[in-house]
Design a binder for this molecule. Structure first.
Ligand SMILES: [Zn+2]
Length: 74
């Protein structure tokens, strides 16, 4: 399954990555379920790997229910 519902709307992997990044991304991998709950609302968390630039790979996580997100960027 490629597209997932986030905060009430269907998103592609690239659209989810752009929500997390707050900017356009070059490429995104399929969305997966992160094995954790949102620290803010307890909702389900999705995970997506993406490339904000040609030399960078980031794993981002985003709650399906609220605005919470994070990345593994240092
Ligand atoms: Zn949440």
């Amino acid at each position: 399954m490629e597209n997932r519902v986030v905060q009430g709307r269907m998103v592609t992997p690239a659209a989810l990555a752009e929500l997390i990044e707050g900017a356009d991304v070059m490429d995104a991998e399929p969305i997966e379920d992160a094995d954790r709950d949102c620290p803010d609302c307890g909702g389900d968390v999705l995970e997506v790997g993406y490339m904000p630039s040609i030399t960078t790979f980031v794993t981002g996580r985003k709650c399906q229910e609220c605005d919470w997100s994070e990345t593994d960027r240092e």
